[in-house]
Design a protein around this ligand. Sequence first.
Ligand code: NGS
Length: 429
Amino acid sequence: MERTPLRFGLCLFFKMSKLRPLLWIFAAVIVSIVMMHILFIRKYSVRASAIHIIQSLKVNVHKETSDIDPHGNTLNGHLKVEDVLPEVKQEAKAQTLSVSSDSSSKGKAEEKPQMATEPPKNEGEKSDTSKEGPVTKAANGDGKLHSDSSANKELCNKKNQLVGPVAIDQTIPEIEEIVKKYSASHGGWVEKGGKWEPKDCVPKAKVAVIIPFRNRERQLKIFLRHMHPVLYRQSLFYQIFVIEQSGDDPFNRAGLFNIGFKEALKTADFNCFVFSDVDLLPEDDRNSYGCPTSPRHMSVAIDKFDYRLPYEGIFGGVGAFKREDFEKINGFSNLFWGWGGEDDDLYARIRARGFKLTRPSMMIGRYTMIKIFHFQSHGADPNRMNLLQNSASRMDSDGLSTLKYTLRKRLELPLVTVVNVVLSKSMYQ
Ligand code: NGS
């Protein structure tokens, strides 16, 4: 038969209609792949590569994106933390410590069930002030953290206390104002040293919140006003420690975290640790500051990064560890002086030990970075890229086991324990 265009078209139509279901499936697969690529892969990889190009040009990414540096100094750099958070002062007793690898702890961490890291499903209202914290005075006023009067008590499970998204207030309060509102000595709940524990149930975690610090008093006041009610509503046994670096050496954020770990264990047998910058305020109280099942990066969605992860391996901002997990990676490196890299080094340690990194959802792990301009007296650590070449092999010989510092003061203020230390490069040469 003659092959006319009409016959060819009819044949093709006939074959196509038989194949049509297959074609639809094929098209659907292609469209899904393209959508996934656009939604997930590009979102992270484009930002990550931008950041790493900037890094390789040795430009301080932070300066490019915001006025605020989570590690450095402020313009009003003359005040010391005890001037701004006055009250109980103790004798300053200088004492040089060179801590060995068997750790500074007093007592073993208790085996406690883990605090749930997933949020309850039905919460989403804004906070109201009536839910800010407890109204009754804390039962024990002796300044010690109690944990073993728990024989007949049940584990705390007060998710209905959580409010979900919480209001962010960036006005700078007077410290007396917050003390009056929160301190147990004024009818609030926070005990001297910045601690609290639930009295009617057994807390699922004993948490030390560690804040590295230098000349950031205004941020600290905002932070304390924000954090105490959040930690209270999470029903945690908690204490907030500010580790203040004196001296003129570049800021050593990671070293201060290690010191905080050691110093906190002199106070109580904490079984989990949250390491946080002073200028990061959680926007949702379902983001648990309790014990994570494995190392947890908590500040996954910060406003300054448009609530996205700037790159997949970031561990900056706020992170949480079980005590034993932090010990297994020998803590942070002590060798990063100035801005940047110490958190990437920690991430490499976590990976090298085979831990699975956990994160809250992008909806729950939201943070506001306090917008107060401050001057950064030291820039980025020029040696950080070299150190990052051998993060894993350096892990055992650089960290908690080799930490050196001089303890200058330890102050139990009404809303926080301040540990003032000298930490200098010369200690590591
Ligand atoms: C990376 C830094 C990290 C830092 C992150 C975000 O470039 O330490 O930026 O910084 N890594 C290196 O410098 C190698 S931020 O803008 O939050 O200050 O955490």
